[in-house]
Design a protein around this ligand. Structure first.
Ligand SMILES: Nc1ncnc2c1ncn2[C@@H]1O[C@H](COP(=O)(O)OP(=O)(O)OP(=O)(O)O)[C@@H](O)[C@H]1O
Ligand SMILES: [Mg+2]
Length: 508
């Protein structure tokens, strides 16, 4: 007898319906699978057989053929175990086909018939809903993320036996979701009130948060660069629900979803400098998102940036420009979103003490030059703000009185973002100054005459490229937004220009 049911395959951060056909026929017992299954799917056979037997059911002693259609997408992973097992039970007459008709089924089986969670369930849920199918049958652990999709019936399942029970009792029970919401700020995120002194770096991060600009922090070891960078997500505006869904889909495909099923806070990713280019930007035979996509709508922190392989840093250029990364494979190209905010940290020289007021630097001028140029010009050009992080005197560390808390800074950031949102209502995809083209701000409506003169003087004196000029202009726009001004005045330019020095000064 032939059974036909639906499952789905994840492609990028999307999913495509796969029809699972199972034929159980008389003949010499065998098991054949066709339709481009890879080695991981072919292993299903043994799990399915054990799971069915250990659930107390009869595994048909027959010729079994499984077809996964369409044949042009490669099927990977263990999520086809459950649809194949249910297909066999249907074809063998143990389960009425009506029970799983128009239902998308995914889940990995263990040998005792238990059902393990699987990756990419949120994209599957979106596809199930889009195709207008009846329900999504998923491992219980994945039910919360599936339930994020509105108007979709989600059926959680823990054991193969439950499928048979459901068939005899008239159906599966629907999942009753706990309402999930995006929180204001991650309570686990560290707070700016712990940071002593560091007036300029704090201000640079506030501007970066307000306009979604990329930042470079440079300073001697132990000056607090890592300390500061980790506090950036805590002053960014909360995720909207739609943004949280985008971030959740990426984490779901990567198999990194928290138990509650929703990534409700801005991610902070800090990959080690030995990371490969595939792990950073994504890729692999079956493309998976990399760190830059896991940092989507959040922060990508590259500590000790010059220690990264230069080739690895250079692959960041295209996603920094486009807000997504495209991975081409022979069969298809998949795109992963990657709209992240970059925070790069570096020492000023190999020994680290070039800018230290007390400790002497032991590097030669040539060593310093070589070190700084490990970060290529085109990447450096894309960083809007750069700031020096000086070591904090010990007496400041022990002084009384708390510094300004993240919540206070976040309130100013939100006000500045509101001004930007009001300005950019008509332009799709642009919500912040960091994302807007600088040409918009060169007009007299945006830039006061004396502000323009000051900017031009600074550009000539420091021989900026046109790209650097535009970056400073955008930062000045954010400074003006933070102080509630419609037009960029000279004082805003003056502050923005200060954040263009730091490591960009020629090596001493
Ligand atoms: N401004 C500060 N206020 C409070 N504590 C600080 C400050 N600066 C540094 N510290 C303390 O010093 C520690 C080291 O700081 P951190 O790890 O951020 O330095 P770093 O600049 O990243 O150094 P490296 O270049 O070695 O990576 C922090 O964990 C913190 O305890
Ligand atoms: Mg550090």
């Amino acid at each position: 007898m032939l059974a036909r049911l639906r499952s789905a395959a994840v492609v990028g951060v999307d999913a495509q319906i796969v029809v699972v056909e199972v034929d159980v026929a008389h003949g010499i017992p065998s098991f054949t699978m066709v339709g481009l299954p890879d080695a991981s799917v072919r292993e299903s056979r043994d799990r399915v057989k054990s799971a069915i037997k250990n659930t107390g059911l009869t595994y048909p002693s027959a010729r079994i053929t499984v077809n996964l259609a369409p044949a042009d997408i490669r099927k990977v992973g263990s999520a086809f175990d459950l649809p194949i097992a249910l297909g066999i039970l249907c074809a063998a007459g143990a389960l009425p086909p009506a029970a799983i008709d128009e239902v998308v089924v995914v889940g990995e089986l263990s040998l005792d018939g238990g059902i393990h969670s699987t990756r990419g369930v949120l994209p599957l849920a979106v596809t199930t809903r889009r195709e207008g199918l009846r329900a999504l049958l998923v491992p219980s652990r994945n039910a919360p993320e599936a339930a994020l999709v509105d108007q979709l019936d989600v059926w959680p399942i823990d054991h193969l036996r439950e499928a048979l029970d459901a068939a005899s009792t008239g159906g599966f029970a629907s999942y009753r979701p706990r309402p999930l919401a995006v929180g204001p700020a991650d309570p686990a995120s560290p707070d700016f009130s712990d940071v002593r002194g560091q007036v300029f770096p704090r201000r640079a991060l506030e501007i970066a948060a307000a306009g979604s600009h990329h930042v470079l922090l440079s300073g001697p070891p132990g000056s607090g660069k890592t300390l500061l960078a980790r506090r950036l997500p805590g002053i960014l505006p909360p995720l909207t629900f739609d943004e949280a869904l985008e971030v959740t889909a990426i984490h779901s495909v990567a198999g990194l979803l928290p138990r509650e099923g929703l990534v409700s806070h801005r991610p902070f990713r800090a990959p080690h400098h030995t990371i490969s280019d595939v792990a950073l930007v994504g890729g692999g035979a079956q493309p998976r998102p990399g760190e830059i996509s896991l940092a989507h709508h959040g922060v990508l922190f590259l500590d000790e940036t010059p220690e990264f392989d230069r080739r690895v840093l250079d692959v960041l250029r295209q996603p920094l420009e486009e807000g997504q990364v495209r991975i081409a494979r022979a069969s298809r190209t998949v795109a992963f979103p990657a709209r992240f905010q970059l925070v790069a940290a570096m020492n000023p020289c190999p020994c680290g003490f070039l800018t230290d007021p007390v400790k002497p630097c032991t590097c030669s001028a040539q060593q310093v030059h070589r070190y700084r140029h490990r970060m290529s010009g085109p990447l450096r050009d894309r960083i809007d703000l750069s700031v020096e992080v000086p070591p904090v005197p010990i007496e400041h560390l022990t002084s009384e009185g708390a510094a300004e808390a993240s919540a206070v800074i976040a309130a100013r950031v939100v006000a500045a973002r509101d001004r930007q949102r009001a300005r950019y209502t008509t332009t799709a995809g642009i919500r912040t100054n960091g994302e807007a083209p600088a040409s918009w701000f060169r007009t007299p409506a945006h830039l006061a005459a004396d502000a323009r003169r000051l900017l031009e003087q600074a550009a000539v004196r420091q021989s900026w490229s046109a790209r650097v000029f535009d970056r400073v202009l955008k930062v000045a726009r954010t400074v003006a937004d933070l102080s509630g001004h419609d037009r960029i005045e000279a004082e805003h330019v003056a502050e923005a220009v200060q954040f263009r020095t730091g490591d960009l000064r020629p090596a001493a």
